[in-house]
Design a protein around this ligand. Structure first.
Ligand SMILES: Nc1ncnc2c1ncn2[C@@H]1O[C@H](COP(=O)(O)OP(=O)(O)O)[C@@H](O)[C@H]1O
Ligand SMILES: [Mg+2]
Length: 371
């Protein structure tokens, strides 16, 4: 049975439906990430789970029990807020201990837990200071420690790492996940950063305009996005999108536009046959465009396109190459390679092998996946 269940949850404000009929479950010990653009309803969802907002309709269940009518402090939820509210008049130690004192946990236990959390987040040398004597990143780690010392039934995190620099952010992600695994309790973590979601979530729920567009593992969202929004939101650089016409020729099915003509492999041809003659949106991930001689599949005239190299950007593992198609109205697209492309290719026309088996296709109006 799910540890937490949310059923047709709605939160409507006079001017705005912040959460618009969402349903999901969280397993015992699962780390669920909510990701989506600003204003899509992530914070509202967390506040509903915590009991800080009352739903307009729908139910929230902790195990079998509907908690809609249960006050926040009786839900036993620990939450890290986006603005990491810490009490300015209390020391770091007292800030971290706050939730435990409120629950009359014995002093000795408080001492142990605060020490452990502070050590994990590397603020153990700051326990006697007041928040104003701390950097933003240190204050953030106080707020994290305060949530993580608790024995809660549910942990909620609202973009807790947004204000940390890259190094600290990576470290803090690891620390949060380490403590999460030790506790084995359900957690919901909110971020607008898809790479953070991919790095942390057992499963990820992609939200847009108050709705959950898709929920699944990072690999599922990446490899089998249900719609164009999810395909575009997950992955960096973003998926390339082309309008293509589906054409039957030479006993095969081709996707064609001003810039290229590519023959679909049999599996895709069969799936897309009902759309013969239609214009579809095709998505190609940057890593599914290859230097022809390095492609992990047989390269022919029928699975190549061309582009002019505009920018070569080195990455840790190779490079991102920004190109334009060769047509009257050139379209920009990007390829990522596992090797460095020498600068001499700048401004040159290059062939690219397209891994068509990995292409995505979307309905031009509904933007739902056709695969
Ligand atoms: N208390 C409120 N009153 C009115 N509108 C609100 C309130 N809280 C949030 N909203 C609106 O609901 C939408 C979702 O907000 P929020 O959940 O904070 O989004 P996110 O955390 O994903 O950025 C936004 O349009 C926001 O302006
Ligand atoms: Mg928010």
């Amino acid at each position: 049975m799910a540890a937490i269940r949310v059923s047709h949850l709605v939160k409507r404000y006079p001017e705005k439906t912040a959460v618009d009929d969402i349903s999901f479950e969280i397993g015992e010990g699962e780390f669920l990430v909510l990701v989506g653009p600003s204003g899509c309803g992530k914070t509202t969802t967390l506040r509903l789970l915590a009991g800080l907002e009352a739903p307009t309709s729908g139910g929230i269940y902790f195990g079998e029990r509907c908690v809609n009518e249960i006050r926040p402090r009786d839900r036993n939820v620990a939450m890290v807020f986006q603005d990491y509210a810490v009490f300015p008049h209390m020391t770091v130690f007292e800030n971290i201990a706050y939730g435990l004192r409120a629950r009359h946990v014995p002093s000795k236990v408080i001492q142990e837990r605060v020490s452990k959390a502070a050590a994990t987040f590397r603020i153990d040398h700051l326990l006697r200071r007041k928040p104003r004597q701390l950097s933003g990143g240190e204050r953030q780690r106080v707020a994290l420690s305060r949530a993580m010392v608790r024995d809660a039934d549910l942990y909620l995190y609202d973009e807790p790492l947004a204000n940390l620099d890259a190094q600290l952010r990576h470290q803090a992600r690891e620390d949060i996940l380490t403590l999460h695994r030790e506790k084995g309790k359900p957690s919901v973590y909110v971020t607008h950063d898809q790479s953070e979601a991919m790095a942390m979530g057992d499963r990820i729920a992609v939200m847009r305009a108050g709705k959950i567009e898709q929920i699944g593992t990072g690999a599922e969202l990446y490899e089998r996005p249900h719609n164009l929004f999810v395909a575009y939101f997950i992955g960096t650089p973003s998926i390339n999108l082309f309008d293509v016409e589906l054409v039957g020729e030479n006993g095969g099915l081709w996707v064609r536009n001003q810039a290229f003509s590519l023959r679909l492999p049999p599996v895709l041809a069969e799936r897309l046959h009902p759309y013969l003659g239609r214009t579809l949106k095709m998505g190609l991930r940057p890593e599914d465009l290859h230097v022809p001689r390095l492609a992990p599949f047989a390269v022919t005239e029928e699975n190549q396109m061309k582009g002019v190299v505009n920018v070569i950007e080195p990455t840790a593992t190779g490079c991102s190459v920004y190109l334009s198609t060769l047509e009257a109205n050139p379209q920009d697209f990007v390829a990522t390679f596992r090797t460095r492309l020498p600068a001499q290719y700048l401004g040159k026309e290059v062939p690219l092998a397209v891994h068509l088996e990995k292409a995505h296709f979307f309905h031009p109006e509904t933007e739902q996946s056709l695969l």
